[in-house]
Design a protein around this ligand. Structure first.
Ligand SMILES: Cc1ncc(COP(=O)(O)O)c(C=O)c1O
Length: 394
């Protein structure tokens, strides 16, 4: 993951882009890290898909072409080859594929930290019956560094599972640095990338992770049920799929003229982890969303989100809230978390006033989208002020 490349940042009409998101008419929507508000182009793609399936059963050849197009757009976005990308159901499925298909043996250790999402923990704990252990390391404010690994990771470490951006407090880990450390020691680096894909530049070639998992239903503006999995080519032949089906095979003929061969020809491409028919509807939306993200430009999006983060962080600090996310936004992301004495009361107050956030680890999590504006931030800070006044009077 690179920092914003200023030379790639160009003037954008953010007001026009905002109007593509109907949610902005009624809500201060700050919950992209949970689920996306669908933009008009996503709902139009869904309507067209459904109308076509209703009218004619749909065009499967076209659906396959769309799957290929989405794969190629995603590969371009993260700077890898199409062979490195598989579609899954969600981030958790990708993490489970990593946990179950990497060549781990009894006595191996997976290193975790307390800031990981629960779904980047359970899949590793589930390896206990194989004799694979989990070891917890400290990660102050969510940061995992080579130095922490040097001090706290055991010699038996075989996997480091870590988020590129934590779901809370939203700090950004330096995956490039961690990858170098892991590669030198024969450790697999599995990255939960769901909070960075679509919100910032993700250059997987530069980052150097072995595996990266993501979902479509957050910053990639899809309905639920679309996931993305990157696997570094050099490790793929060491990973054997647990489930297999035709779509993942070398020969994936749709029209069965002549004899069927049941030769089990598992390709080396990451798509060997894909099972049966795709989520064609979800991937149709993903294809449109990736096209739109590419038109706007990931550097522009990242710069916008970090500048909104800066504005919000300043306002929160000035209002006396305890910021849990990095104060230095170059270490931060589209997620800003803060603490209050009473997260439940504030969260409920915000919901009543149409400001959508969520609570994670007893912090209010504000997650920004590029459709948010500085007016949204001002409106949110004004709501916090009125809540503070209500609380102090009550
Ligand atoms: C960092 C992180 N990892 C994993 C997940 C689980 O994602 P999914 O439900 O798409 O598998 C989430 C969901 O919020 C998340 O924020």
């Amino acid at each position: 993951m690179s920092q914003v490349d200023r030379s790639q940042v160009t003037p954008i009409d953010w007001d026009a882009i905002r109007s593509e998101f109907p949610v902005t008419e009624n809500y201060l929507y700050f919950d992209l890290a949970n689920k996306c508000p669908l933009p008009v182009f996503s709902t139009q793609a869904i309507e067209a898909y459904i109308a076509s399936q209703q009218k004619s059963g749909g065009d499967k050849e076209q659906w396959f072409a769309t799957v290929n197009s989405a794969r190629s757009r995603f590969a371009d976005m993260i700077n890898c080859s199409i062979d490195d990308v598989a579609f899954t159901k969600n981030t958790s499925e990708g993490l489970n594929i990593a946990a179950n298909c990497l060549p781990l043996e009894a006595g191996d250790t997976v290193v975790l930290n307390e800031h990981e999402h629960p779904n980047n923990v359970y899949c590793w704990l589930n390896l206990k019956s194989k004799g694979v252990n989990v070891h917890w390391i400290p990660a102050p404010d969510g940061f995992v560094t080579p130095q922490t690994l040097e001090e706290h990771a055991p010699k038996s470490m075989k996997v480091l599972a870590v988020s590129s951006v934590t779901y809370a407090p939203g700090n950004r880990n330096d995956i490039h640095d961690l990858a170098r450390y892991c590669r030198e020691r024969g450790v697999y680096l599995v990255v939960d990338g769901v909070q960075s894909v679509g919100t910032m530049n993700v250059d997987i070639d530069y980052m150097g992770a072995d595996i990266l998992c993501g979902s479509g239903h957050k910053a990639l503006m899809c309905p639920h049920g679309v996931g993305l999995l990157y696997i570094r080519p050099e490790i793929r032949d060491r990973m054997h799929p647990l489930y297999v089906a035709r779509a993942g095979m070398e020969m994936a003929a749709q029209i069965e003229y002549g004899e069927i061969s049941y030769a089990l020809e598992i390709p080396q491409a990451a798509k060997k982890f894909e099972i049966g028919n795709y989520n064609y509807l979800g991937l149709t939306v993903l294809d449109c969303a990736l096209k739109r993200l590419n038109e706007i430009g990931m550097s522009n999006i990242e710069a916008r989100l970090l500048s909104l983060n800066e504005l919000l962080s300043q306002g929160l600090t000035a209002a006396g809230f305890e910021l849990a996310s990095p104060r230095d936004t170059s270490l931060g992301s589209a997620i800003v978390c803060f603490r209050t004495g009473n997260a439940r009361s504030l969260h409920e107050y915000l919901v009543r006033h149409n400001a959508i956030t969520t609570v994670r680890r007893d912090m209010i999590r504000v997650s920004l989208g590029f459709y948010n504006s500085s007016d949204d931030i001002d409106g949110f800070l004004a709501l916090l002020h009125s809540w503070q006044t209500t609380e102090s009077e009550g």
